[in-house]
Design a protein around this ligand. Sequence first.
Ligand code: TRP
Ligand code: ZN
Length: 869
Amino acid sequence: MSQDNAKTVYLKDYQPPAFSVESVELTFSLFEEQCQVRSNLHIKRQHPGQLVLNGGQHAEVLRVEVNGELLHESGYRVSGEDWVIEAVPDEATLTVLTQLQPQNNTTLEGLYKSSSMYCTQCEAEGFRQITLYPDRPDVMSVFTTRIEADKALYPVLLSNGNLVEQGELENGRHFAVWHDPFRKPSYLFALVAGDLQHIEDSFTTMSGRAVTLRLYTEARNISKTEFAMGALQRSMKWDEEAYGREYDLDLFNIVAVDDFNMGAMENKSLNIFNSSCVLARADTTTDAGFQRIEAIVAHEYFHNWSGNRVTCRDWFQLSLKEGFTVFRDSQFSSDMGSAAVKRIEDVTLLRTAQFAEDAGPTSHPVRPDNYMEISNFYTLTIYEKGAEVVRMIHTLLGAELFRQGSDLYFERFDGQAVTCDDFVRCMEEVSGRDLTQFMRWYTQAGTPRLQVTDEYDAATGTYYLDVRQSCPATPGQEQKLPFHIPLAVGLLYPDGTEHHLQGDSTLVLDVTEAEQRFMFKGITQRPIPSLLRGFSAPVKLDYPYSREELSFLMSHDTDGFNRWEAGQRLAMAILQEQIGAIQAGEELEVDPALIAAFERVLDDTDLDYAVAAKVLTLPSEAYLAENAQVIDVEAIHQARRRVRKVLADALCARFRERYHATEPDGVYAFHGSSIGQRALNNLCLGYLLATEREEALELVRQQYAEADNMTDSMGALAAVVHSPFTTVADELLEQFYGRWSEDALVVNQWLSLQASVAGEGTLAKVQSLLQHAAFDWRNPNKVRSVLGAYGQSSVGFHRADGAGYEFLADQVIHLDPMNPQLASRMVTPLTRWRRYPAARQAQMRAALERIAAQPLSKDVYEIVSKSLA
Ligand code: TRP
Ligand code: ZN
């Protein structure tokens, strides 16, 4: 895999750009065979050095002029992906003429076609596929964009900012000119041209300005736009109230696009969304789908301040905008729904997927110090761990000071491209706290481990917590220095009352040393500690809890998150002991303590339904795998199945009661209590079917037949597809496809459900899905639904014969030339080979080596070479 272009870029080599671009005028002439782009750049020297323009690999450069004079071969040199222009006056106008074929662009970066429309994706380095440009986020410019296209085929022409002119041209063509008054980096540029319908609404900002809101889709999807419009209005209001941030233009557009590499993109005033992340209707979208859409709409909107008005100096600072914005959207989601459930979901994602990433070969700090391909760094570490880092600052400072720090940040750096240090500095300034050591969260990779023990001295009424921290080595970082960890704790007495620490039930300890002792006075009895409340830091915490203590905390902890966490710890201990028994070929009784705990939860009708559903969900196979020394996929799968079956059999009557008791009344509505009701209902249905009794199958059929919403249809369908009742599963799957074959987003759910089954037959199923009429290699949602889901299918993918690995390697090799960004994501499950037993390791390595032997994109090359190193 010789990759001459796979150069590593280092943070320490950062140099400010020699030239600024004061303003830029772009003209796009869109034709079916080819498109031409003319760009006028008004540049001005800021520092010594040469003018470096990126691009020229994808677009054909037809002509470059400097101040109207043709640039001759001697006037520039091409070095890798850069054009270095030798002699340029300190102020000049550059004209660049390029030609592209968007219809053949399968990378979905730069300018491309999705169904019948033109659209762009420029983050991170897609703009250079359109024209030569200093394509780096610290070059911010004022963009004016003229689009010319056939009027019948592309009646709608959109770009950033305000529409300043439009009109007719010859030959049935027309044009529109857009001007964006806010300076922005090229990665926020966007253009859309297509035959689109839209819905329109408005929002009046806190200073009384009316903003027009439009959501564009192809005609067939217009019935699915309303929910996202509401979500946008709620986001705009929330950002005013929670952060004092007002929208800054008179128009805000969202466009839904079917072919999209990621979730959505925050282009200034022209957000572009993957259809799957914006289109929703009760009959086609699950509750989880609605929640996801609301969160992504909010996320992209919030970027208008955290990302656009204040942007990143360079791509090493990506988490500056992404971590902060994920933190903001998670606060928003907490406020819109159940805060406890949102926290449980965020922590679950972090602990299964991000912790696994942090323990693998592509582990990197929240601020990486080097990369080959920046697209590979849109990771759970940058987004989710980055959000946890911001959340820890919030915990350390408290809400009020955090808000002051955020105000200072937005005010001081408005219109600038800045760094993570600039953000943290604002937090230090408003609070007077020294966050120097805290900055290690940005520079050191890996998940810290906290080992906590305690001691109680009855004679003096003193209680001690001893905390030891460590962090495993990660690639390129052998030794770690201690982190500054906010450890939120509470102390409970055996009678269920809580000791008040400094007047509060929760105290945040500053853990800063490798070993540290904390002392509590006036403690009248040996307490049970509630540790890491609300998951106050992204760490693994060990404390030798007994099962009785965990059962106690499940009922008595005043911290909602830790009540759930105690249940998870109890279930983990019991699952892990079952895994051990299965490996030893022994049969071990499932500890009745778990059954008793579940029974108490099922009997507690005061408990929020959505929370109850979370408490009654066993840790996933992925989480069990993440916590195993060596991942024994079969034993994990069998253990979890077994425990589920034992719980289901023992509590069958209770699950049936709760199932019937919480049957939703009336028609579907997407709001808090009915979401919780459906979650608990579907959870009960899943357990009932785990008994493998025919009567449960009848309930499933009935729910499937009567459902008026996708949450309940999918709940029933998923339950049976993951059960041993394969004949009924096939029957319902066929019925489902028959009903929804015309709706791509529903078909994607159907594909991914089948590909995720933990079973022998899944590989053959997945192979046949790739041949199915509904499959399309060019559509990332389809590829993710099949290959992405298959990679997560536990024993479906990790087969003893290694055929799953060979299959995935073949598909990655097939996909890479078409769409490197996507191919590079699909390879992830193979990169985790070090975690498996020797035989599996050899098979996974062999698959990776076969990929490595191919000519590869920079994207796949970086991931594969790092995972083989
Ligand atoms: N900035 C986008 C977000 O988080 C992420 C994104 C969208 C992206 N499309 C992309 C990143 C393509 C890399 C490539 O909201
Ligand atoms: Zn983002």
